[in-house]
Ligand binder design. Sequence first.
Ligand SMILES: [Zn+2]
Ligand SMILES: [Zn+2]
Length: 262
Amino acid sequence: MPPIQRFWAICGLALSLALPVSGARAQAPASRAYVGSHPVPARAGGGYCSIEGIHMHTYVPDRPVLFQIVGDAYLFVGDPVPFGYRGPRTVFYGIHPVHVPLPVPPPAPIFCALPGPHYHPYAPPAGPDYVLEGGVAFYVGSPPPAPVVQRSHAFEAEYRPFAALRPQVVVKPPKGWRGTWWVAPPAAPTAKPPPVQVVAPSPRVVVAPPAPPAVVVAPPAVVVAPPAPPAVVVVPGSRKPGKWLKIKHKDWHKGGKWKEHD
Ligand SMILES: [Zn+2]
Ligand SMILES: [Zn+2]
């Protein structure tokens, strides 16, 4: 953008900021102008943009609850610490007007609706609207409008994941403070490991092969046989009962024949 056009664009934005504002507007501004520092959406890289004054981006906030539209620009009104702000800071307690320098002072206060202790880069202005107790700023000025109080629930929800980053405040609130004492939400339950399922091992079926047939080797039977009778050679046929066969010695060498002898 040429310098002269950029000049008129900034002038136009400053003029629009000069118009009466009532805090939030129903529709988002046509431009993506920001006034003051602000968180950067995660989709644009995350972190915290520390540019002061009016500047432009190509994105819209990803936490619109924490922004007010002033003129045609987004104004971040929340605690910047959870989003990466590391600069000087002051502890505030409860709902209070924001004190971001604007090109044109708004006709009505713009509020930070965050309950409980939190940080801002700015210090509260001197005057009767604040009481400092132990360095903690308590707003005791005119009560915030009802829409601001209603919006505090949405603020609280946005910052619930960052409860651990809240400042620790132990002082008592001063007289005239009308806020509600903040109680830290319970710590998020730590994820428990999934229960270990003990599964009984399935019974193992072992099919044993059939046992081989038992082989019983009987001990050898001891048979005491009666002594064998004397061998008797019986020639079938011609022998008369009671006759034994004998071979006459004298007939042997003659190719003797079997003869019966008495
Ligand atoms: Zn920026
Ligand atoms: Zn605040």
